[in-house]
Design a protein around this ligand. Structure first.
Ligand SMILES: Cc1ncc(COP(=O)(O)O)c(C=O)c1O
Length: 294
């Protein structure tokens, strides 16, 4: 594994990075995380990711022991020698910490803070030209009163099981339905559709992660005067859709051409999707040159 890792402030290569088996992140998935990428070697929307990290940690009552400036310094120290001529993918993990075999949070004295820095791998342009194939997973997205999908937690079995179904069917991503049978999101991305010139995405109360990229897409739509709104979406809507795409930090905006046996629109990446991707990239690179443009 090619990576540089920072465990509680100590930077090592991937094979030297160690976390205790008594860490509650390992034992119980008791922790939270964020995935970021750089543009022009600056972590993109670091402020938005740290805000969500703190919100997720608060939901689990984990007290994050670092200020935003500390995160900035640790991220820079971890990525300094990674892929010097290219972009970097950064994962921040905060776990409950090391403690006895107990669910009692007071068993752990301090949270563990890990940063993983790796070369960022862009999604292949061929995938953007051909579009993705998705499936609807049989596993449902966690009910918000169970492990709430709005918490970006290390407890990722729900996502893992859905993605396993997609991989088994040689698909690129899995759509998860919520307990009401509506589209919620994908295993590692948010879902958007285009219908009659309008861009629609499932509402937060469908039970999903409020993606940083999802939120940014509303701004990108405004730039292009393309309306972007929330709407309840179901499998029965598939025949009426003109376009579909997914969004995430590492994959930006990627067109979807098929869901199971349904072709979406013309079966080719749609024009509105491609305009949104182009404007997304323009804004991301502008922000990287001038962070005040955030
Ligand atoms: C379940 C899920 N939904 C949505 C997203 C997209 O979020 P973001 O745009 O903040 O990367 C992710 C990203 O990892 C995810 O895991």
């Amino acid at each position: 594994m090619e990576a540089t890792v920072n465990v509680n402030g100590v930077v090592t290569s991937a094979d030297q990075a160690v976390v205790s088996v008594f860490d509650h992140g390992f034992l119980y998935g008791d922790g939270v995380y964020e995935t970021l990428r750089t543009y022009n070697r600056r972590p993109f929307f670091l402020d938005r990711h740290l805000k969500r990290l703190r919100a997720s940690a608060e939901r689990l009552t984990i007290a994050i022991p670092l200020q935003d400036d500390d995160f900035t310094q640790r991220l820079q120290a971890t990525m300094a020698d990674v892929h010097p001529s290219g972009e970097v993918m950064l994962r921040i993990l905060i776990t409950r910490g090391i403690g006895e075999l107990s669910y009692d949070p007071s068993a752990c004295r301090r949270p563990t803070v890990v940063i993983i820095a790796q070369a960022h791998r862009e999604i292949p342009e061929t995938k953007i030209r051909t579009g993705l194939r998705l499936v609807v997973a049989s596993v449902l997205r966690n009910h918000p009163q169970s492990v709430d999908p709005s918490i970006k937690s290390n407890n990722l079995l729900n996502n893992v099981l859905a993605m396993q179904e997609a991989l088994h069917l040689k698909a690129d991503e899995a759509i998860l339905l919520n307990h009401r049978g509506e589209f919620a999101e994908c295993s590692q991305s948010n879902l958007f559709v285009v219908r009659d010139g309008k861009v629609l995405t499932p509402p937060l109360d469908a039970g999903l992660l409020e993606g940083v990229t999802r939120n940014f897409l509303f701004e990108v739509g405004t730039d292009l005067e393309v309306p972007v709104a929330e709407a309840v979406l179901r499998e029965t809507d598939l025949p009426q859709l003109d376009e579909m795409f997914i969004t995430s930090t590492t994959r930006e905006v990627v067109p979807v051409i098929r869901v199971g046996s349904h072709q979406i629109g013309s079966g080719r990446p749609g024009p509105i999707t491609m305009r949104l991707l182009e404007q997304f990239r323009r804004r991301a690179h502008e922000t990287a040159r001038d962070p005040a443009a955030d």
